[in-house]
Design a protein around this ligand. Structure first.
Ligand SMILES: [Zn+2]
Length: 194
């Protein structure tokens, strides 16, 4: 049994020839696709893949930690969708769309928002305000991008020891991109194992 990184809804995690589609996944055209945000769990003995949800907070309230996907980037803010695995939470919260102001992204000054975030990135963020609008922040070491995708080929970017801070690498394209990453990028472990 092993856990292999963070998976987002819609991500392909294998084929039905290789594996049995377990919880948190569905089958589509012979492929196994994740339907929740969570950790990929592979049971090699049973040949079963599963996505175990990242535990979301029961409500989006001030000072809680949430996981979200970057949906849009404006000049001075990122628009994100707070991901919850429990559809009831969405109903209670009313809205799951939040914003991160450019001044709340990094401890350093950010001139261009696309140098720190990109659409599709998965973030761990803190809640600054939950009403009337959800305002989030990631300007702390443990907050920020926990998974990012190459803007060219959409494969997950990796961290490399020889690269500068907040720089990620695409092994497929042999190029680098920058993000405001969380300190455990590439090594995120389930909350319930801590
Ligand atoms: Zn690439």
């Amino acid at each position: 049994m092993m856990y292999k990184g963070v998976i987002i809804p819609g991500e392909e995690i294998g084929t039905t020839e290789e594996y049995i589609a377990g919880n948190g996944t569905f089958e589509k055209d012979g492929k196994i696709v994740a339907c929740v945000l969570g950790f990929l769990k592979i049971d090699e003995n049973e040949r079963r893949v599963e996505v175990v949800p990242i535990n979301p907070p029961s409500t989006i309230k001030k000072n809680s930690t949430v996981y979200c996907v970057v949906e849009d980037l404006k000049q001075a803010m990122a628009i994100v969708e707070v991901i919850s695995v429990d559809s009831k939470i969405r109903e209670i919260a009313g809205t799951t769309q939040g914003a991160i102001h450019i001044s709340k992204i990094s401890q350093k000054y950010v001139e261009n928002i696309t140098s720190v975030l990109r659409i599709g990135d998965i973030l761990r963020a803190g809640v600054l305000q939950s009403a009337p609008t959800i305002q989030l922040y990631i300007n702390e070491p443990h907050l920020g991008v926990i998974k990012a995708y190459c803007i060219r080929c959409r494969r997950p970017l990796v961290r490399k020891p020889n690269l500068r801070e907040n720089t990620l690498y695409c092994e497929n394209c042999d190029r680098v991109e920058t993000r405001k990453i969380a300190d455990d990028y590439g090594n995120v472990v389930p909350d319930w194992k801590k």
